[in-house]
Write a protein that binds this ligand. Structure first.
Ligand code: ATP
Ligand code: MG
Length: 591
């Protein structure tokens, strides 16, 4: 049985690998589903099949997407296709010849007074939702989404904790799933690369929504496009689905090995897409090349393809732009993130294992905001602190925490390195003597003098003179749960609980469990709105003798609510202590 992937476990494991290639292989091993997890999914599919067969005789339920395409990760959703075509045929034959279908089951089921073939798609979806809701044990939160491009019924399964979607009419997805699967079988470098790119994109989350840069299917196609050889696929097996030519070779043996033998594919991926003209061409996996846009006389279409700031043609459904929902801002952000990542991949921190146990290689690449260089130089120490801040906010305190915009060059008027809110609404450096919601928290320091530090903000007069704010990092954060209330009590319960499951000596793990317990106490439903939103910006400051990182929080909206003030006061002691612990500067103990 595999250990659960607790906070920091992934980073710890990756840091111990010998080189980046080893990290990439390890990444797959750490993230992929275990045999037990696969078995649970299989059992669930079998259960669904049994229940649906009772209501829709002859139907088939088939998994697609990440459960079966080779890019599975722990807890990934369960995409299912419910194929009702056999049921419709069965029903038609029963209707045509009364009595002939006797024993088939169709006439005894709920279909006895429903004509499935004539039923509008939204009603079929509702019917499926009703069956799920009423008849599949353990299924919760069932919701039909008829307006999606591919309508689905969403559900959660209580015992396994899995979330999933059931599509009714999406046979193309089965084919593209098989296609992705084939690619993983054809070239063993595909999986590590896709896992690394997916996780990197997830951690670069969109500042406004916290979602990934591009969805996983689109990212996977980009990686495959990048890896495509000039020769393209060999003799394909013919298949036409929904009018689209979905032919591709099914036999791995018939594929030529890739001629791309570079060891540093990930860095090359970022380099290629960092300089890519996304709006000016169409990425075609079918052709294995980027195609020029159609002439300006047909601005909207290229064989029906909806053009936009990022044009990624589906390999089968050729008039579908997989990235059609990507706006200009996200497309250019994707390019910028790729450039930043490419730059980082050229650095020593990427290529060489740290002998001092610091984040290196993939570990740093996966930290939100950690490789975004922005103006001015930043020492590795600064990034370690930023990485630790993001870790505490996101993994320990369960906040959404997405890397923000690169900092604007400071202007003389505002004196502030913060770029996340109108400067006139923010207190300036001189305002911080009175406790203020936007007061910087001193969260990490690099002292060259053996002085003690108590981990809290120094009084203004003792605060070191700040140098020019040449180093900064920003995050957009949302707080979803009151993780700051009742921590002491919950911590005590967890520490003195008599079960063998109690957290061990890793006190950050304990802190994470405390947050989880508080979240659980609040109820199982994910709140629709966060309790608080704020922008956080970190900058390096101090003297040559003592460098420190100051973290400024700006609530949204300003002025801060009483709730924000509570949260801020909690962070004042919690964050410095836990960041130091994360950095290995302080022994474990309750903050
Ligand atoms: P994960 O669930 O871990 O994010 P996944 O590979 O299952 O990864 P999903 O986004 O769940 O990715 O997509 C599942 C399937 O849905 C894909 O294999 C593809 O068939 C289809 N799909 C998803 N997004 C698109 C899209 N933008 N255009 C076309 N098909 C898509
Ligand atoms: Mg999925």
């Amino acid at each position: 049985r595999r250990e659960p992937l607790g906070p920091g476990r992934l980073e710890q494991a990756l840091c111990q690998a010998s080189d980046v290639d080893a990290q990439m292989l390890q990444l797959v091993g750490l993230l992929e589903l275990s045999e037990d997890e696969r078995r649970v999914r299989h059992l669930l599919v079998t259960l669904f099949q049994e229940v649906f067969t009772e209501f829709f005789p002859g139907c088939a339920i088939m998994p697609f997407g990440s459960s079966v395409n080779g890019f599975d990760t722990r807890g990934c959703d369960l995409d299912l296709l419910l194929d009702l075509e056999p049921t419709k045929s069965l029903q038609a034959s029963t209707q045509d010849a009364p009595g002939a279908g006797s024993g088939s089951g169709a006439e005894d089921s709920i279909l006895s007074d429903i004509d499935l073939a004539a039923m509008p798609a939204p009603e079929v979806l509702e019917l499926v939702a009703t069956v799920l809701r009423r008849c599949v044990p353990g299924v919760r939160r069932v919701r039909a989404v008829p307006t999606a491009r591919r309508p689905v019924v969403k559900f959660c399964h209580k015992q396994s904790g899995l979330a999933g979607d059931i599509s009714i009419d999406n046979r193309l997805a089965l084919l593209n799933t098989r296609f992705l699967q084939l690619c993983t079988e054809a070239d063993e470098r595909v999986r590590p690369l896709v896992y690394a790119v997916r996780l990197w994109a997830k951690q670069q989350g969109n500042p406004s929504g916290g979602g990934p840069l591009l969805n996983n299917y689109a990212l996977t196609l980009l990686v495959l496009f990048f890896l495509q050889t000039p020769h393209g696929p060999t003799v394909p097996d013919r298949a036409v689905v929904a009018g689209w030519d979905c032919s591709f070779p099914r036999d791995v043996a018939s594929l030529e090995p890739s001629t791309n033998t570079e060891s540093s594919l990930l860095s090359e991926f970022f380099h290629v897409f960092g300089d890519f003209d996304f709006p000016g061409q169409v990425i075609s996996l079918r052709e294995g090349q980027a195609l020029p846009l159609p002439p300006p006389t047909a601005p909207e279409t290229s064989d029906g393809l909806k053009l936009g700031p990022l044009n990624l043609q589906d390999p089968f459904e050729l008039n579908h732009n997989v990235a059609a929902n990507v706006n200009e801002k996200t497309a250019s952000r994707f390019g910028r993130c790729c450039r930043d990542a490419a730059k980082y991949c050229r650095s020593l921190q990427y290529r060489h294992k740290s002998s001092k146990g610091r984040a290196w290689g993939l570990t740093r690449l996966f930290q939100p905001g950690a490789v975004e260089p922005g103006p001015g130089g930043r020492g590795p120490w600064f990034w370690e602190v930023c990485t630790a801040i993001a870790f505490i906010l996101r993994d320990v305190l369960k906040c959404s925490c997405a890397a923000g915009k690169p900092p604007r060059a400071p202007s003389k008027e505002s004196k502030l390195p913060v770029d996340s809110a109108p400067s006139e609404e923010l207190p300036t450096e001189s305002d911080v003597e009175e406790p203020s919601a936007a007061e910087p928290l001193s969260v990490g320091s690099k002292r060259h003098l053996p002085e003690a530090t108590n981990g809290t903000t120094l009084p203004a007069e003792k605060r070191p003179r700040t140098n020019s704010p040449e180093e900064a990092a920003t995050w957009s954060c949302a707080v979803w749960h009151r993780v700051w209330t009742g921590r002491r009590r919950v911590r005590r319960q967890l520490q003195h609980g008599d079960g063998p499951e109690g957290p061990d000596g890793d006190s950050l793990e304990l802190e994470q469990k405390v947050s989880e317990a508080i979240v659980q106490q609040e109820g199982t439903e994910q709140p629709l709105q966060p309790l608080l939103r704020f922008e956080a910006s970190a900058r390096a400051a101090g003297t040559r003798r003592e460098m420190r990182v100051l973290l400024r929080l700006v609530p949204s909206p300003v002025p801060p609510s009483p709730l924000f003030r509570d949260f801020f006061h909690f962070l004042q002691s919690f964050l410095p202590a836990t960041v130091r612990r994360r950095l290995g500067q302080e022994p474990a103990g309750c903050p």
